[in-house]
Design a protein around this ligand. Structure first.
Ligand code: ATP
Length: 354
């Protein structure tokens, strides 16, 4: 067994009302890794977190922690804490007492309660870490949403869990604050060297924060990989669409490194397909180069141009497909444009699932 693993899920099946919500899910999580479950609403992300936390007992399958099967370990004995989207703070306790709460219940190795001095030291240090130094006497209702979430994070980290489960913890915050908190959470995880298992349905959030992204759909894992892998090499059309805007067109792999689509042949970097295998071709909108029509491998008619701030989004009709192109140069609606795509920007997917 890989000694670097901290949590392993093996063939987990969870049913609600006779319906499979997790259908044979297996996953390894490494110590000190930032892992994100990404997928649409209802795909089973929260259920997977709750299985790790011990709030849900799977119908079948095993959960291992440090190589030990923890089926019989109740949630409070697992070295795992959870941060929820709703902060679940105690409104009648101030910031200090909210963070100190868990420590007051804790016993040291001799079965003795922690001293007030030690609790104070840990709480103040934790509040400073989450940027709330000097807030300890504030009551919860005097804090903004972002500050409340920082208290919740401080509370869940103060007793140094091995694994922190975070269920859409930034979902209630506005976009600007969410982006700030994403960077802070990443910093905290790095500094404290704790394994984070994070749930979100926001692709950008997953790509920004994670070492590993687990893309889920319908109770199944679709792909596991680094953010770069998931973005650049999606394994099927579901992942390609979910992880960002994509052009997905039908193609034929003529031979290794040569694919045909849109009536043209293109060099690509993929091999290992049967001759003339039918495939799907993924091209990101930012990877299409616009050139004069006579210089383009493909030509298309621009249907719509939308200004998006950093780029123009163009909808272009090409051989019966609508293509999406991002470019800093705006073409005009009705214009015929040429389009080139570099070999390493052409991603080939097998026609299996998704
Ligand atoms: P979201 O992003 O909306 O939170 P999710 O991916 O976290 O979605 P889950 O909360 O894991 O999804 O739910 C997966 C499926 O299980 C959903 O269809 C949900 O309705 C169902 N479900 C979850 N909890 C229960 C429950 N306690 N009883 C019955 N069905 C449930």
């Amino acid at each position: 067994m890989n000694e670097n693993l901290i949590v392993s899920l093996k063939d987990i099946v969870v049913e609600f009302d006779g319906e499979k919500v997790l259908d044979g899910l297996s996953l390894d999580i490494h110590d000190k890794e930032f892992v994100t479950f990404l997928g649409p609403s209802g795909c089973g992300k929260t259920t997977t977190l709750r299985v790790i936390a011990g709030f849900i007992t799977p119908k079948s399958g095993n959960v291992f922690f440090d190589g030990q099967d923890i089926a019989d370990l109740p949630p409070y004995k697992r070295q795992v804490n959870t941060v929820f989207q709703k902060y679940a703070l105690f409104p009648h306790l101030n910031v200090f007492e909210n963070v100190a709460f868990g420590l007051r219940l804790q016993k040291d190795e001799n079965g003795k309660k922690l001293s007030e001095a030690l609790i104070r030291e840990k709480v103040l240090e934790m509040l400073a870490t989450v940027g709330l130094k000097g807030y300890e006497r504030r009551s919860i209702h005097q804090l903004s949403g972002g500050q409340q979430q920082r208290v919740a994070i401080a509370r869940s980290l103060v007793n140094s869990p091995r694994v922190l489960l975070l269920d859409e913890p930034l979902g209630a915050l506005d976009l600007k604050l969410r982006k700030e908190m994403q960077l802070e959470l990443k910093r905290l995880q790095r500094e404290m060297q704790i394994t984070f298992v994070y749930v979100t349905h926001d692709q950008e959030e997953a790509l920004t924060m994670s070492d590993t992204v687990v893309v889920m759909n319908d109770g199944h894992i679709q792909q596991i990989g680094s953010p770069e892998d998931i973005y650049n090499e999606p394994c099927n059309a579901f992942v390609a669409r979910f992880i960002g805007d994509s052009n997905i067109v039908d193609g034929v792999m003529l031979k290794d490194y040569l694919v045909s689509f849109g009536g043209q042949e293109f060099l690509c970097v993929d091999g290992g397909f049967a001759p003339n295998e039918s495939v799907q071709v993924v091209i990101r909108p930012e990877d299409v180069e616009i050139v004069p029509p006579q210089d383009g491998a493909l030509t298309g008619r621009v249907r719509e141009v939308i200004f998006k701030g950093v780029h123009f989004e163009m909808h272009v009709d090409v051989e019966g497909y609508e293509w999406l192109i991002h470019s800093t140069h705006a073409s005009q609606p009705g214009e015929i444009i040429g389009m080139n795509i570099a070999p390493d920007m052409i991603h080939i997917m097998r026609r299996t699932e998704g």
